[in-house]
Design a protein around this ligand. Structure first.
Ligand SMILES: NC(=O)C1=CN([C@@H]2O[C@H](COP(=O)(O)OP(=O)(O)OC[C@H]3O[C@@H](n4cnc5c(N)ncnc54)[C@H](OP(=O)(O)O)[C@@H]3O)[C@@H](O)[C@H]2O)C=CC1
Ligand SMILES: O=C(CO)COP(=O)(O)O
Length: 351
């Protein structure tokens, strides 16, 4: 029995996930807020701006700019817009779900975005829970892991995590997405999965910058390892399970984002390392670079929580205070010597 799924956001990731779910036999409606983009996709069967000319939309995939049509009788709603658009899209979804309430429908809400909301510092599942009351929905599941849209588009073998506090719901979502090239594992640590997903983008900007400046493999490994240390530190302080950070949405996503030319965060960092201005880099990218906004949120969050995040702070200085990259690297290296692990520090323990 096919499941009706509404995919909200027709950028690179939303389009590829909608295609995959259609391949898996589901009845999928891909919603874009742009009627012009929908008209072009219907005419060409492509989403060329985001995925190039090679990628073709599945014949059975419905594309629409009508949110009501996408949501009508959908049992799953997948949010794949950038973090800072999640709230406004959820606010458009809410009255439609309220109108459907009489039919007794309660869709599963899934999201695939990676960031922290500017201003509120909320994780994405928290933003969704803030807007969509629990009597309107079955629950919220996050899907996350090392997964560039460009590689999934060519059926490269890919593994993700489906995370929810409600394990049966995570298992349902796992089954919807699984196929011979896309494998999901479940996890109940939503905090760890969302924090790992958001903060790896910050470190990927740093990895790109090191590449742009000509640093070698030792330096990149140092950045990724110490980057993971600070991601884990803040995550555990927020209540995450430490093990999640050695999983797919921790080290897994950190590796792919810090090493792939597909990563918009890595590419932005690389361009900065080569001396381009941030405003030009973002203008030329034409796609979301989540790590730029997340760096600001994480920098403030670290201060509020009293967690040491020296790499994130250094990237903040480069992005928001115009600090020269080589100077912040020198400052990082000149900090006093420290133990690799502070085993006695309570902030490394969950409780
Ligand atoms: N690309 C990838 O490989 C992966 C991305 N992700 C995450 O998925 C999320 C989406 O990323 P991705 O698809 O790559 O982003 P893109 O930049 O490729 O596309 C973003 C899409 O969201 C739309 N959009 C932007 N603002 C709004 C809004 N206010 N209302 C409705 N639609 C809006 C854009 O429309 P328009 O064209 O009009 O601007 C565009 O269709 C991000 O959080 C990203 O980190 C996660 C895993 C992999
Ligand atoms: O999250 C991603 C891969 O897992 C995509 O990363 P970018 O947003 O840097 O392209």
């Amino acid at each position: 029995m096919p499941t009706k799924i509404a995919v909200l956001g027709a950028g690179s990731w939303g389009t590829v996930l909608a295609n995959l779910l259609t391949e898996n036999g589901h009845d999928v409606y891909l919603w874009s807020h742009s009627p012009e983009q929908v008209a072009t996709m219907k005419q060409t069967h492509k989403n060329e701006h985001y995925l190039g000319a090679e990628f073709t939309l599945h014949d059975a995939l419905h594309v629409t700019a009508d949110l009501g049509q996408a949501l009508d009788q959908a049992t799953v709603i997948l949010f794949v817009v950038p973090t800072n658009a999640i709230r406004s899209v959820a606010e458009q979804v809410k009255p439609i779900l309220q109108a459907h309430r009489g039919r007794g429908e309660q869709p599963i809400i899934v999201h695939a975005a990676k960031g922290l909301e500017r201003g509120s510092e909320l994780r994405i599942s928290q933003v969704l829970a803030d807007v969509l009351p629990s009597d309107l929905i079955q629950g919220i599941v996050v899907i996350s892991g090392p997964s560039h849209a460009e590689d999934v588009a060519t059926h490269d073998i890919t593994t993700l995590t489906a995370a929810s506090e409600d394990l049966p719901l995570a298992k349902k979502v796992q089954q919807l997405f699984m196929n011979d090239y896309f494998r999901l594992y479940t996890n109940t640590d939503v905090i760890g999965v969302e924090i790992g997903a958001a903060l790896k983008n910050v470190i990927a900007i740093g990895a790109g910058a090191l590449h742009g400046l000509g640093y070698g493999d030792n330096t990149k490994a140092a950045l990724m390892t110490r980057g993971l240390a600070e991601i884990s530190r803040v995550g555990v302080k927020l209540g995450a399970e430490p093990l999640t950070f050695i999983g797919l949405s921790g080290v897994g996503d950190l590796i792919v984002t810090c090493t792939s030319v597909h990563s918009r965060n890595w590419r932005a960092g690389n361009a900065l390392g080569q001396g381009e201005k941030l405003s030009d880099v973002l203008k030329n990218m034409g796609m979301v670079v989540e790590g730029v906004s997340t760096t600001k949120v994480a920098h403030h969050m670290a201060r509020e929580l009293g967690v040491d995040m020296p790499i994130t702070d250094a990237i903040y200085q480069v992005l928001y205070e115009n600090a020269p990259i080589r100077a912040v690297i020198t400052d990082l290296m000149q900090r006093s010597g420290k133990p690799e692990f502070d085993f006695d520090n309570a902030s490394l323990q969950k409780h």
